[in-house]
Design a protein around this ligand. Structure first.
Ligand SMILES: O=C(O)C(=O)C[C@]1(C(=O)O)C=C[C@@H](O)C=C1
Length: 356
């Protein structure tokens, strides 16, 4: 390419950058005005954010991919929202966990993060109003449900207002670039489970030790060359560790789903989910009878999970996700019918299906 041609393209980029800059600030000005109209009301509007991101993906002509433009607009909205009111998000810490990555993926980099020591503390912090929203893991494609989150959901006054789906890549991390002489591998129990086969093949005789978080495992590995950790990119970066082996999760589509909790749920975005928890009366065929109103009204179930109720021996509660919003006529109808049949029903919230 000639120098002339290069200069022409760079001049064009310089001119476009000024336009982009002007558009960004005009957009931010509108967001600020919207903030004034909202007054002291709810600033974060998950349904509107989902609609903005879906539209951008739909109308995107390329060559940038839909995923890429959606990520860029995620950050633009994050910055615009912070002009209206900076948000603080509680998540399972310490810094470097997948919960932190999920929080950033959903709220963008302008949000302030508050790492908490346990899932219980994440709930407590959000319930006390110390933070605006919380992000908690709820299920992993390899390891299944996160029981503590499900248990706390049944009791909390918080509502689910969003979901985040995160691809989980696990790496073997150490502070020295060799697989020789590793005495222990630290990680969170879920992550050790996700890499079970890899560990059996590559480090069969090394002791596996579960700790409170992957970030804690990375911290231990950073402090002592005898130890390795299994953790993700964020922890590797934070503790400056070498990736001795990358993407060691047994299941190639290893994915964790997180819930966003807050004092309100979301209004309808046009493509939503509703989460419910209920218990069946203790009699034969009760679960089948309980769920029949959903099928009869054409409400699709996207998740069904049972959990001991912790009240009576061999009694269970059921976590059910359905397609649609709790204000959609057929969902309203189905919930009414469920209430007649179930011993207990709680609507945990309606929220947009994850876009990113
Ligand atoms: O539309 C709004 O309610 C806004 O506040 C604007 C905006 C945006 O930047 O598009 C910002 C924050 C909200 O969560 C949703 C959208």
């Amino acid at each position: 390419m000639s120098d002339d041609l290069l200069k022409q393209h760079r001049d064009a980029i310089d001119a476009l950058d000024l336009k982009v800059l002007q558009c960004l600030n005009e957009r931010a000005e509108h967001a600020r005005k919207i903030g004034e109209i909202k007054g002291g009301g709810v600033i974060y509007r998950p349904e509107r954010e989902a609609q903005v991101l879906r539209r951008i993906k739909d109308v995107n002509p390329g060559p940038l991919s839909g995923e890429t433009v959606a990520r860029l607009f995620r950050e633009i909205m994050s910055a615009c929202l912070s002009l209206e009111k900076p948000l603080t998000i509680a998540h399972l810490g310490p810094s470097g966990t997948f919960s932190e990555s999920a929080s950033v993926k959903h709220f963008g980099h302008a949000a302030n993060l508050k790492p908490c020591v346990s899932i219980d503390e994440v709930f407590r912090t959000a319930e006390s109003g110390d933070v605006d929203y919380a992000v908690v893991p709820v299920e992993n494609s390899t390891e299944g449900a996160v029981g503590r989150t499900l248990d706390l959901l049944t009791q909390t006054p918080l509502q689910i207002c969003g979901e985040v789906v995160l691809r989980i890549h696990q790496h073997l991390l150490r502070n020295t670039p060799s697989l020789e002489g590793i005495e222990k591998v630290y990680s969170h129990a879920q992550s050790l489970g996700q890499c079970h086969e890899w560990l059996n093949t590559h480090l069969p005789d090394v002791e596996r030790v579960s700790v409170a978080s992957n970030a804690e495992a990375a911290r231990l590995a950073a402090a002592d060359a005898r130890f390795a950790a299994i953790a993700g990119d964020a922890a590797a970066e934070r503790f400056n560790l070498t990736q001795l082996a990358s993407n060691i999760e047994d299941e190639p589509n290893n994915t964790t789903r997180f819930l966003v909790l807050g004092p309100h749920d979301a209004t309808s975005s046009g493509k939503d989910k509703t989460s419910l928890v209920m218990s069946a009366k203790n009699q034969p065929g009760a679960v089948h009878q309980l769920l029949a109103p959903l099928a009869e009204r054409g409400v699709s179930m996207t998740k069904f999970e049972s959990r001991p109720s912790r009240i009576g021996l061999w009694e269970y509660v059921f976590f059910v996700d359905v397609e649609g919003h709790s204000t959609d006529a057929h969902v309203v109808d189905a919930i009414e019918a469920l209430k007649e049949r179930a011993a207990f029903v709680k609507v945990l919230g309606s929220y947009p299906v994850a876009v990113l």
